[in-house]
Design a protein around this ligand. Structure first.
Ligand code: NDP
Length: 322
């Protein structure tokens, strides 16, 4: 008699498990399918990844007029499906990479046993770590202008950060809001020259250089931010701005937590790969895209890495077949 009440897991086997559905994951799925690896791809919480929260992608070759981020990812997905990739919604909650086949557990009590794994889980937005961010999350605080900007028509908003993402968000918000502050901790923007120029020439955007956010305030919803200019210097000056929305654009944290017991990462959590390869320290496990890219974090780089990971997985299987 079976005394164990836990139902047996539903097990699927594959030569190649791809985890993540951004440009890296879908490209890996296209190549792995065409190599007859019959890949299973787990799409995660945000199918299509970060590009689905971008308005216009202007720098992906092949789209001379630019392309909507959602449309581009939908095209990637369709192409992966066309070659037979098994695309599944859901998330990998746990994975055992100590021996092959590797075993991935999904939230729905199913398991995937895989000869190779391609990690393409991307990265997620970073927050400043202020208590007030938690208090006003969804009530004025957001890390996605394209998702939430709509609510701020005719209002005043602030974007934190000085990189390409912050500039992109500020420009997007300037087409909706009345006024946009950019809160930049240094005396210059880090973004590419073309984005800097667009921001600085936009009359709706005011850039507050050398400025840090130390708190947010409001009754039920966000009403403003406490800022400090030249923090920690003799010129330090505190002041407040009135805002209805506060958008974070200060970079991303790689989604590598569940792999860290097995996979080497750098101090920020980016997965380490060997030289020009996508191979990790575990033979048969490859990493592609933003989760393994502390430097470039571009869709085109992620797609290229996804291609390389699939080709390397194919080679690994050929070399390890009995
Ligand atoms: P970046 O790392 O390039 O920029 C992060 C920005 O946030 C910097 O200005 C940084 O300041 C600031 N920052 C970081 N931590 C804090 C903090 N605690 N408080 C205040 N400010 C902070 O990240 P992005 O997301 O902008 O871009 C990532 C990569 O993606 C880049 O390579 C970028 O070029 C690329 N990208 C390209 C796009 C495009 O080409 N269309 C669009 C979006 C991104 P500091 O400079 O002082 O470190």
């Amino acid at each position: 008699m079976d005394t164990n009440n836990t139902p047996s897991p539903n097990i699927n086997n594959t030569k190649c498990l791809i985890i993540g559905s951004g440009p890296a994951g879908y490209t890996a799925a296209i190549y792995a399918s065409r190599a007859n690896l019959s890949p299973i791809l787990i799409e995660g919480n945000q199918p299509g990844g970060q590009l689905t929260t971008t308005s216009e992608v202007e720098n992906f070759p092949g789209y001379p007029q630019g392309v909507d981020g959602n449309q581009m990812m939908s095209d990637f997905r369709t192409q992966a499906e066309r070659f037979g990739a098994d695309l599944r919604s859901g998330i990998v909650t746990e994975i055992n990479l100590t021996q092959r086949p590797f075993i991935a557990h999904l939230g729905d009590n199913s398991e995937i046993h895989a000869d190779t794994v391609i990690i393409a889980t991307g990265a997620s937005a970073t927050y400043l770590g202020l208590e007030d961010e938690e208090k006003f999350k969804g009530m004025g605080v957001s890390a996605c202008a394209v998702c939430d900007g709509f609510f701020y028509r005719g209002r005043t908003v602030a974007v934190v950060g000085g990189g390409d993402t912050a500039c992109e968000e500020a420009l997007y918000l300037s087409s909706i809001a009345n006024k946009v502050y950019m809160i930049v901790r240094k005396d210059h923007l880090r973004a590419s020259k073309v984005m800097q120029r667009r921001v600085l020439e936009n009359t709706k955007i005011t850039v507050l250089f050398n400025t840090n956010t130390i708190g947010l305030f409001g009754e039920d919803v966000l009403q403003g931010a406490h800022l400090v200019e030249h923090m920690g210097t003799p010129r330090e000056q505190k002041f407040d701005i009135s805002i209805d929305g506060f958008f974070l654009a200060i970079g991303h944290k790689p989604n590598s937590d569940i792999f860290q017991p097995y996979i080497d990462t750098d101090e920020r959590g980016f997965i380490k790969t060997h030289g020009n390869s996508t191979a990790t320290n575990v033979p048969g496990v490859f990493a592609a895209g933003d989760v393994a890219d502390p430097l470039f974090q571009q869709a085109i780089c992620a797609a290229g890495a996804g291609c390389r990971a699939a080709l390397e997985a194919e080679k690994f299987i050929l070399n390890n077949e009995n």
